[in-house]
Design a protein around this ligand. Structure first.
Ligand SMILES: Cc1ncc(COP(=O)(O)O)c(C=O)c1O
Length: 368
């Protein structure tokens, strides 16, 4: 039987058609009409004003911090339970990540701990963080209303890392519409992919235009190469934007399929003693980008699945436990540590068949 991957790309004839259109038009290097169209269509989907197509989600995070003026000596609040790119970006601008634990309801930033951190700083006269990056993990939005209220009260700008949550909603609003700047990833394992790519989304046209400028080496208007500030080579190519447009057209079906896969896993496993699931938060509609179960011994289950040629992966290892972030501040930590100790991501790709799901379920049950 073929190997079952965690979340492989799901592309079809429409993507091929658009990619060949880009190729045949010779808009290869690097920008072109598909980039403009992808940005427009993407901003429309998220319900945001403007979008800049970039080379990765990590690049979008880095630029978001640059655009907010975060720099050396600043603190940035970041959830500990996330992929390392969220925290890495903070270090690119010379700032320090300050980690915050998750809440049980969403596995995302605990709004009470965010308020505790900001209130403690206000009380003691310590500088507030220069930004907060909230993450929508595994296709589910953070509890944005209380987080945004705390940040507004203490004057802290918010970046939303919606890399894993395109298509999710919170209280009727789309993931990637809550921050001053919002980040998406089209990495190969995401719900839509451009093989590698990202998007920075926001409502201020001048800020997004500046993102485009900075991401193309900050070249000033002049016949020669003139630069008054430091730039980056972070733009998405026209070929990849063509692929992205095809993927975006198929997004509703991909979201529906990931939700159906999650429902099938729940139907088969939720009643089994000792198996839990990443909760679906009451305030939102997740995409179930990855279905994550919790078990006492995820290693045994993972190794059993691996022997069956099924890829499963531990939940994110919290940043405060990562050697590279030893010594960083951490508020709380028990929830993220428990999720890491018990969490296991199951294959969730939108091209999975019902037989594939049954194969994973049988493997999980046999491992226990
Ligand atoms: C939460 C989160 N943030 C950021 C990223 C970085 O995105 P990219 O791989 O496109 O740089 C990813 C995924 O890779 C992610 O899962």
């Amino acid at each position: 039987m073929p190997r079952l991957f965690l979340s492989p790309p799901d592309v079809g004839p429409r993507e091929r058609e658009l990619l060949l259109d880009a190729f045949d038009s010779n808009w290869i290097a690097p920008l072109g009409p598909h980039v403009d169209a992808f940005e427009r269509e993407f901003a429309g989907f998220v319900g945001a004003g403007h979008a800049a197509a970039l080379s990765s989600g990590t690049a979008a995070l880095h630029l978001a911090l640059v655009l907010l003026g975060v720099g050396p000596g600043d603190d940035v609040l970041v959830p500990s339970l996330t992929f390392a790119a969220t925290a890495f970006a903070v270090t690119y601008v010379g700032a320090r990540p300050v980690f915050v634990d998750s809440e049980r309801a969403t596995w995302n930033l605990d709004p009470e701990l965010v308020e505790e951190e900001l209130a403690a700083r206000a009380r003691t006269g310590r500088d507030q963080p220069a930004a907060l990056i909230g993450v929508d993990l595994y296709g589910q939005c953070a509890s944005w209303d209380p987080i945004l209220a705390s940040c507004a009260a203490h004057g802290v700008p918010v970046i939303e890392d919606a890399a894993e949550a395109l298509g999710a909603t919170y209280r009727g609003r789309a993931a990637g519409s809550f921050g001053a700047l919002n980040v998406f990833s089209f990495n190969g394992n995401k719900i839509i992919t451009t093989s590698g790519g990202g998007m920075l989304v926001g409502n201020d046209p001048a800020v997004i235009e500046r993102a485009r400028h900075l991401s193309t080496q900050a070249r000033d208007p002049a016949p020669h190469y003139e630069h008054t500030e430091i730039g980056f080579n972070y733009r998405m190519s026209n070929l990849l934007a063509a692929l992205g447009r095809g993927q975006l057209e198929g997004l509703p079906a991909k979201v529906a399929r990931r939700r159906a896969i999650n429902a099938a896993y729940r139907a088969a496993l939720a009643e089994v003693d000792g198996i839990g699931f990443l909760p679906d938060a009451p305030d939102g509609e997740p995409t179930n980008w990855l279905t994550v179960i919790t078990v006492d011994d995820p290693t045994t289950v993972r190794e059993h699945l691996e022997a069956l040629d099924i890829e499963a992966r531990p939940a994110w290892k919290p940043m405060h436990l990562q050697p590279v972030f030893a010594g960083c501040e951490m508020r709380g930590g028990a929830v993220a540590e428990e999720i890491f100790r018990t969490g296991l991501c199951l294959p969730s790709g939108s091209a999975m068949t019902d037989a594939d799901i049954a194969r994973v379920v049988d493997g999980v049950l046999a491992a226990r």
